[in-house]
Write a protein that binds this ligand. Sequence first.
Ligand SMILES: [Zn+2]
Ligand SMILES: [Zn+2]
Length: 448
Amino acid sequence: MANVVWHKKLRILLDLTRDDLDHPELPDLWDTVYKTDRFYGRLGVPVSERDLQCGGVCRDMGVEAPMHLRMRGGRREAVHERREDEERHSVPMSDEHKAYQERILRAAHEGGFGGDSEVRTRVGRTWIQTDTLVEGADGRRIGWEVQLSTIDERGLRGVRARAGKAAKNGITPAWHTDRPAYAQRNDTHWTRSDRLPAHVIARNGDLRIVSGFRVLDFWHCDTSALYPCPHGMRRCGKAHATAKPRDVFFDDMVRQTAAGTIVPIQFRAGKAVQRYWVTSADRDRLEDLDSDDTRLPPDRETTPTTGASRNRPTCQPATALSAEQDPTTPAVLLAARPLLTALPLQPAAPAAETASPDLEQRQAPTPQVTDATTGLPTELITLQQAADGAHHRLQQLDDHYEQDLQRQAWRQAAAVVQAAVTHYARTKRLNRYEVEARLRHLVRRTTQ
Ligand SMILES: [Zn+2]
Ligand SMILES: [Zn+2]
C-alpha cells in the first residue's frame, strides 16, 4: 500500500491521507477517481491499463507501478498490483541513511541554515519529494539525495529525471553515495564518501567527500604547459581549464553549497560533458574562459563562505601548475621541459580522470607535488604517461616515415623520464629500479 497515487490522465498526485486528496480545487475528486477505477474493474480492464500508478517511492525511483483503489473499514487505500512494487515500500531506511540525513541537517544548522528531511515541495499539481532539503542563502535550496550501498540498483532509475525536475523547480540536486559505481555515473552531480558505518557518519569527526568535487586549473596552451591540449593540437596558444579532483569535508560541502560558494558545473573535457562541484570562483573563471579563451581568465576572489569567516577563502582556486614556481621541481625536469612539451600526444588527462577511483586519488592533491598513495612526484607520473603515450602512438602508426619521427619522440620522452627517475631516486636516497617499477606500475595500471 501507498498513500500517494499518480493519476496518469489527470497528471496529478493524489494524497490519500487528505480528504480532498490535496486538491481543494477539484471537488469530489475521490468519488470520481474511485468510481472510475471500480468501473474499469467491473469491465475487466487490467490494472496496468487503467489510470493509476504508485506516486510514492516507486515513482521516485522511476518505476511505473500500477495500482487500484479500495475501501477498507471506511479507509481509502491504494494497492500495488505487483508484489515486487509493494516490497519496495517495506525496505526500511538504513541507519547509515538516517545518519546522513542528521549530519546534513546538523552541518547546515551550524552554518546558520535551516532544513528538513523528507520534504515535499509543491510543484503545480504535483510535488517533489526531497530526502533532505537545506534552505540556503538568497533563497537557494539544496536537495540532498543519499543513495547508499545498502539499497538496490533499482533505486537509481530516473535519477536524471528527478534531478532535472528538482533543478527546474529551484532545488539544486545534490546526490551523495558511498558506492564508486554510482559516483561514476554522469546523470547528476554525484559526490561520494567512503563506505562508513552509521555511528561514524553520525559523529562530528571528519567525513570526507572523496570524489565529485574539483578544482579548476587554468593554463595557457604554450610550450611551458604540462597538460596536453584538449583540442588534440600540439599547442594552440589558447587558454584551457583542467578539472582536478580534490577532497572536501562533507560538512563544508553542505554549508558551502547552501551559501552558494560551491556550485555544480558541467565541464567539457574533449567530447564528454562531465558534472562536478567547484567553487563559485572557479565557475566564474570557467565562464570567462568559455566566452574568451584567447587569454587566461582573470583571477577571481573566492567568494566568502558563511557567517563569521566571510573573508577567509576556504577553497583557494589552484593556479596553473608552473614548474618554475614550484621549488620541488627537480632541475632536470626544468631542463627537460621543452622536450616534454614538444611531444606529440600525451594521454588526455581530463578524459581519463573519472575512469577509476585509483586515478582520482593519484591526481587528488593540489598543488600536485606527490601522489597520495605512492608518494611519487606527480611530475614523474606526467612524464611516464607522456612516454607511454608516445610509445602507444608509435605502435599505431603504419607509415615508415611517421614511425621514425614518432620513435624519436618516444626515445626522447623515455630518456626524460629515466633522467627524472634517476634524479629523484638519488635525492631521496631510494632504489632507482624500485622507483621506476613503482612508477610504471602506477601509470599502466591506471591508464589501461
Ligand atoms: Zn509503490
Ligand atoms: Zn590547446
